[in-house]
Design a protein around this ligand. Sequence first.
Ligand SMILES: Cc1cc2nc3c(=O)[nH]c(=O)nc-3n(C[C@H](O)[C@H](O)[C@H](O)COP(=O)(O)OP(=O)(O)OC[C@H]3O[C@@H](n4cnc5c(N)ncnc54)[C@H](O)[C@@H]3O)c2cc1C
Length: 427
Amino acid sequence: MSAHFALPAGDRGPPPDHAELLIIGGGIMGLAVAYNAARLGQRNIVVVDRSYLCSGASGRNGGGVRMQWSTADNVRLMQSSVEICKRFAADMGINVWFRQGGYLFLCRDARYLGPLEHNVKVQNECGVPTRLLDPADVQKIVPELRLDGVIAASYNPQDGVLFPWPFVWGYANRAIELGVKVHTFAAVEGFELDGDRIRAVQLRSTERDRVRSAAISEHNVEEGVELRQAGEAPWRKTITATRVINATGAWSPELAQLVGVSIPNRPYRHEILTTEPLKAFLTPMVTIIGEGIYFSQSMRGEIVGGMGDPEEPSSYNMSSSLGFLRRFAKTATQLLPQLGNVQVVRQWGGLYDVSPDGRPILGEAQRVQNLTFLSGFTGHGFMMAPAIGKLCAERLVRGERVPYFEENGPDRFLGGIAENKETMIIG
Ligand SMILES: Cc1cc2nc3c(=O)[nH]c(=O)nc-3n(C[C@H](O)[C@H](O)[C@H](O)COP(=O)(O)OP(=O)(O)OC[C@H]3O[C@@H](n4cnc5c(N)ncnc54)[C@H](O)[C@@H]3O)c2cc1C
């Protein structure tokens, strides 16, 4: 097998006149479905993204992959995802730096202890070797941690971290090899409906937007002028599609509105940073239940960590803030004092696509029969994509019944928030 280290740019010209399967959104979710559907023999698959691949949450996340959940179906889903992650480099010919160093959920609040014990039981019943630890056991796993206030922890040594970008590129490159057409800087602006079905999709080139932002953000006037000239022939095109997938992550409620469907997921900024590389010392991903902070050490040695802000309102803001840097630094250095001497080399922001019950929004709404949702993955869509992409393709191409999709359909919110809430959420 050949190795693929190239960043797939995607085709910037207009997509073909017709797609059997049109996937809107070239993040991990859309590309995982495209690859799996093509592998199962689906022809004429087109992926469109209004920006570059990795521009959404899939290029901005912490790369955490875990089997610790509060609900059995999520544990099982993630067991199958981890199996795919383990084989990904060999199967797809690209190094994704997957390392199973475990996840440590620290508990400093007695209110979370009962649920934590329950979750460990659920995971053990599914065959995941999670253990409930006391502070002395935690100290053996990470001697450098200061455990003030920690009363317990759960630890699964088989959880892990990966490097998200090559994972996205791996799916994209292999999908393209299998005949999938990937069009970047191509935005969906509208739909034409025929009763309860989408008949056609209206697209436009966003090349000019790219040019403008490149000129502004890079302060590179000469390049900006050159790019602006190159981008002065944007196209608009309406194409027909037999089946459409909404894989636009945090933007999926906007896209759903265009066909008159309302879904309750909302965008929330989440910020993250990376430090200079350090000698390997931190084996697991560390997080504190209910406090939003998480950090791990990548295979390149950097500490990669983020922290949600419960006060932050929903928005499409993806900028970086000093406030995040302060909050993260304070909590992280309390927990791991040696981080006080370490340089932060980069910080950035991305969007969580938050669903009200912490579970994804999958499948079709009654209102539009040929539009499949893959939305609402909150802060854990990257790790779920390998399993979801496979299940979605099996469902669409082979017509298989997938209970996970049936239980997490978009219409479940019509009667209020569902009972089966996922509570093991980080951020
Ligand atoms: C800071 C941070 C840390 C995270 N950490 C983790 C983690 O450790 N583990 C984990 O599993 N998950 C994590 N997540 C969540 C994870 O990144 C997401 O759940 C996942 O990447 C979602 O993938 P997606 O393909 O659904 O969406 P995205 O990657 O956001 O892709 C959606 C795409 O749709 C495109 N699009 C939008 N509107 C249109 C349109 N109208 N027309 C065409 N294209 C359009 C966008 O340009 C975008 O590329 C984190 C997220 C953030 C922000």
